[in-house]
Write a protein that binds this ligand. Sequence first.
Ligand SMILES: Cc1ncc(COP(=O)(O)O)c(C=O)c1O
Length: 427
Amino acid sequence: MNGKYEKETICIQSGWKPKNGEPRVLPIYQSTTFKYETSEQMGRLFDLEESGFFYTRLQNPTNEFVAQKICELEGGVAAMLTSSGQAANYYAVFNICEAGSHVVMSSTVYGGTFNLLMVTMKKMGIDCTVVDPDASEEELHKAFQDNTRCMLAETIANPALVVLDIEKFAKAAHAHQVPLIVDNTFATPINCRPFEWGADIVTHSTTKYMDGHAMCVGGAIVDSGNFDWGKYPGKYPGLCMPDDSYHGITYTEKFGKLAYITKATTQLMRDLGAAQSPQNAFLLNVGLETLHLRVPRHCENALAVASYLEKHEKVAWVNYPGLEGNRYYERAKKYMPDGICGVVSFGLKGGREAAAEMMDHLQLAAIVTHVADARTSILHPASHTHRQMNDQQLVEAGVAPDLIRLSVGIENKNDIIEDLKQALDKV
Ligand SMILES: Cc1ncc(COP(=O)(O)O)c(C=O)c1O
């Protein structure tokens, strides 16, 4: 939309723009493949001489329109959808890393991302050093090595709710000539656009607020177009040297600012195949159309719930960066002045056992392995999402064993509070 519209308009109107007589609503291109008149035409697509669709694993029109919308929301130059948030983070890193590479990662990232980097990608020969997101600039610098290829962190860490000092991380990454990849799942571009603060690549688990209704697992990667890969051919040979698996194409030469996403689409999707289904992309688009309405309501409700819990006699502590006195209050005001997210964490004076008991008494909030959808939900990460971590790793990830993660939905905030009240009364 040529950068001329605000985020609310982008949410509704961007992506699919029907021409005369075409459907008003984004069509689902429920087709694995696309037809061409001549074999030569199809050949040009395979040579990347022409852009077009030939097989849904690589690209599909429905997915493309939705990716364009997310791209505009983030203010990037190119984007792609993936089958999950896990696939988005995997591809975002693997697109510029190979055996022998090294990554610097914030210690408080989501448990699945932690595992991906520390276990699975380690088996692929990619090393990772974790850093405290609040480390000094000097400490951050020490984590980099000659073979470091990127830095990875979350705008708002799940579930520690650490607000990232994006400028500090971007400065450290750029001082070592590598890009900063930011997982912007919790903040969403409605509350924060990491590119405006120096991040180079943004990833999403679209499964969360973007979908918003807990219907589809999905992911997205957006490139700002700001990182000049071509300046460091020794570091990024996959982007700057001929790709033998694509007839010797050099992505940076042929695609300029689109090189990173083009490589991830044509090479990683081709070989690894974590494509999103067009049906899911359609539902994601429906979610995106109301993102700008839902996110502020999540934030308003979460602040009300956090303020209530803070005053409750059975509550030991509450962590929500929107509460005055929270460690990240000022930083959140800087990076996300309109709101933070709908997720609140807290602990009860009765510890782990009291947490489990209270959760069993809830009537409105459901115990589910999910956050960030319209319905209020609750989880105990040490028993669920983070159970693969030992106590030391839990502490490093900012997850206390008694931490309860409450994902505040967009129901009436008084009903959510009343539900918590009656459950706490029974503990
Ligand atoms: C911040 C963050 N990134 C990535 C993921 C992984 O996303 P998905 O579950 O869509 O694979 C999650 C999932 O909870 C998450 O919270």
